[in-house]
Design a protein around this ligand. Structure first.
Ligand SMILES: [Zn+2]
Length: 320
């Protein structure tokens, strides 16, 4: 079962509709917007979603730029853009929905009889993910951390086409994500992680748009040869480094995703905000560590937060 609002024709191959979710306690209707670009020729339908997590703004900026710069008449097939998959979380600048405090990206394919985030996930799974032939779900580092890599989920070539220098193929994905919902249908999908922490937004938007355009060439929606990025690194092991204590996370230096550092190198001190005592020092976990997610400013950090992410460089492999 899926439900869509009526489509509003915007002219020149563009239209929009929304996926109704629920009436909120305030009386306002919660609905997820979808922007459609319909090509002049037949072809696959590619879905691009952003802001499944409400503090990951870069995907929204990328979708905005895709909508602004792509010409529907040049497409074979169509593009379905979901700029804000989690409107209430966006409003609150939080990863999770502020109504039920749940992480929607652990709840797919959702449940129409469940919590609000489950109802919302169900609307997106049935109304969007089940309706497309390819899916790109864009994430970022959140309010503070900066990230730049791409998951290999079920189609290596599709993921490589995003042109990230870093790729990660986990042994097991987190359960009940957009990737699981797309994987259950066997459609090619990838999760892109780009930007966050307000770092170099124009660069991330440019790279993100270029990456998605290249994926559209891979899918045959855009004409032209698929660009290849040489020497992409495929990581098989990744450490999510979560501080045991909260407070201030004070970095020892400035890091960049893709940078190689030696094991044991200190990355940041977690400092008590009253006593200034160092509660712990976070150090690079692998003999050869590859920076995946970093914090380059002094930031507030929670115990168990995303502090840093490091790939294991020793077990990583290079594509030609
Ligand atoms: Zn995310």
């Amino acid at each position: 079962m899926s439900s869509q609002s009526a489509h509003v024709d915007l002219g020149s191959g563009r239209r929009r509709f929304h996926l109704p979710v629920a009436t909120l306690a305030s009386g306002y209707d919660l609905a997820i917007p979808v922007l459609v670009m319909e090509g002049a020729r037949p072809g696959p339908r590619v879905g691009v979603s952003a802001m499944v997590h409400g503090d990951e703004l870069d995907g929204l900026l990328i979708v905005r730029e895709l909508w602004r710069t792509l010409d529907p008449s040049s497409l074979a097939g169509s593009l379905w853009l979901m700029p804000v998959a989690n409107p209430l979380a966006m409003e609150a600048v939080t990863r999770n929905s502020p109504i039920d405090m749940l992480d929607m990206n652990r709840l797919f394919p959702g449940n129409p009889d469940g919590w609000l985030s489950e109802i919302q996930a169900h609307a997106i799974a049935t109304g969007f993910i089940d309706q497309v032939d390819y899916l790109v779900d864009i994430h970022a580092g959140g309010t503070f951390p900066w990230v730049d890599y791409c998951y290999v989920v079920n189609d290596e070539a599709f993921s490589r086409a995003f042109l990230s220098s870093l790729l990660y193929k986990p042994r097991t994905m987190y359960p009940n994500t957009t990737a699981s919902a797309a994987g259950a249908r066997n459609i090619p999908m990838t999760v892109v992680e780009i930007g966050g922490g307000y770092h170099d937004q124009p660069v991330h938007v440019t790279n993100g748009v270029e990456g998605v355009r290249n994926m559209l060439r891979h899918a045959g929606v855009l004409a032209g040869a698929v660009e290849r990025r040489p020497r992409q690194l495929l990581m098989h092991e990744l450490s999510v480094m979560r501080p045991h204590h909260g407070g201030l996370c004070v970095p020892r230096g400035v890091l960049t995703p893709g940078q190689w550092i030696d094991g044991g190198q200190p990355l940041a001190d977690i400092v008590h905000p009253h006593t200034f005592e160092t509660l712990e020092t976070m150090v690079a976990p692998f003999q050869k560590s590859v920076v995946v997610l970093c914090r380059n400013y002094a930031t507030r950090v929670h115990p168990g937060d995303y502090g840093f992410m490091m790939g294991n460089g020793e077990s990583a492999t290079w594509y030609d």
